[in-house]
Ligand binder design. Sequence first.
Ligand code: FRU
Length: 494
Amino acid sequence: MTSQTLREARTYEEASEKFIKKEDRPDFHLSTRTGWLNDPNGFSYYKGEYHMFYQYHPYDSHWGPMHWGHAVSKDLLHWEYLPAALAPDEFYDRDGCFSGSAIELPDGRHLLMYTGVIKERQKNGGFCEVQTQCLAVGDGRDYEKYENNPVLDEKDLPEGSSRFDFRDPKMWRKKDGTYCCVIGNRPADGSGQILLYTSEDGFHWRFKKILASNNNRFGKMWECPDFFILDGKGVLLTSPQDMLPQGFEYHNGNGTLCLIGDFDEETDTFTEQHNQSIDYGIDFYAPQTILTPDGRRVMIGWMQNWDTCGGHVQENLWFGQMSLPREIFIKNGRLYQKPVRELENMRSGKVEYQSVLVSDTINLEGIKGRKVDIELNIWPEDEKNVYHKFSVRFAQNAQYQTSVSFRPKESVLKIDRKFSGSRRAVIHQRRSKVNHENGRLKLRLILDQFSAEIFVNDGEQVMTATMYTERAADGISFCADGEVRMDVVKYDLI
Ligand code: FRU
C-alpha cells in the first residue's frame, strides 16, 4: 500500500516538474525530477532496463528528509522518470531513507536495501541519527517495505562500532546464489570501516567480518561503499568524509577513494595493494556500480560534492545530476574509466582538424557547443623546446569561461571554473599530476550543458566539474604559451 507521504511526494513531483524547462537541464546526464538529488542508489539492471534511484528531496532544491527518486533507461543515457519509490513514512525511517542498493531476486522481484534513519534526542539536548538497514520489495515501479524491518541494527555491529554511522548498504548476489553486502561504519577510532554481511535469501542478514579498515588514513567516516572483482582484483570504492590531501591525491574534503588489492574468496579477505582518488576534478561523490548484461562494470557518481553545493543558476527549481556512466577497468594496477560506449551512438556532426599549430589563442570553425564530445591529441611543435602551457576554454563568451590547462614542465593538468558565472566562493580549481611523454597528451572532453568530464590518456584519470554557466556561452577556444600541435575531433551529441 502506498503511504500518504509517498502519494504526496508523487503528486508534488509530477506537478512541479512542469516548471523546469527541458533546455535548462542536462540532456543525457540524469538530473533530479524536481528539487534536490544526491547519491545514486539502487543502480541495477531489472527486467530489460537500467534502474537508477537517487537520494531525493522533491520539495526543495536543498537537502531534506530523504526519499528515493526513480528513473529508468535502456541505454544509460536517455532516462525516463518513474514515480518516487520510497518516502520516510515508517517508525524506523521517519527521518530519512538514506542510500542503498538493489538486486533482482530469483522469483523476479526487485529487492531494495537502504538505511533507515531516526533522530534520537541526546542527554545534551542535541540529536543523533540512529541508522539501521531496511528492505523494500517491488516490481520496478511500486515498492512495499518489508514487514520485519529493520533487518540490521546495532545488535549486528562489531564491538565499539557506532550505531549513528552505519549506512549505505551495497548488495550483490554471488554465483552460488547467496548474498553479500558491504556497509559503511564508524569504529571506535572515530574513522571509517567497511563491514561485510551475508545472507542466504536476501532477507536474513548476519555480520561476517570487517572487510577494510581506515585506521584514520583516508579521511574519517567511509560512506557509500561498493566492492567487486574487476580484472582479477578486488576493488573497494568508498567516499570518505573529511579527507586531507596527500600530494596530488584526495583534494576534496568529501573525497573518493579506490582501493585495489587481492581478494581471497574462501576467507573473504581483502589485502590492499594500491590506493588512488576515483575522480580528480571537483564534483564527484558516492559512486555506485553495476555489472551490465554484457559483462561491463559501469560506474555512476553524484556529479556534485558536499563541499561544492551552492551557486547554481536554477537554484529554486532543481539541483543535482549524475555523472556520465563510465566503464571501469584495471590497467597497470590502476582504476581506468571510459564513457560508456553507448555515448558513441549519440555522436553526429563530426568536425576534424589535423596537426593544427596553436601558438596563441585560436577558434576553429565548427568547434563550439555545450553538448559535445571532443577528442584532442597534443604534442610539442619542437621536441627540444617544449611549450609552457596549453589550454582549452569552453562554455565561453565575452564574460564567462571554464578551462582545462596543461603545463608539461610541471606535469600538471588544471580545471578552472572561476569565471563560469558562479556568484559563490565554491571551490573553483583542481590540479592533477598526469603522465605524458615530453608534452604529448590525450584528452577527451565531454560537455552536457552544465558539466565537463575530462578523460585523460584513455581513462587513466578523469576530472569532473559542474559549471552553471548560462547556456548561450557555447564558445570553445584553444590557447598555447609556446608552440603546440593538435589533432582535434568534435562531435555534437544528439
Ligand atoms: C553520502 C551520504 C550517505 C547518506 C546520504 C544521505 O553522500 O551522506 O552516506 O546515505 O548521503 O543523503
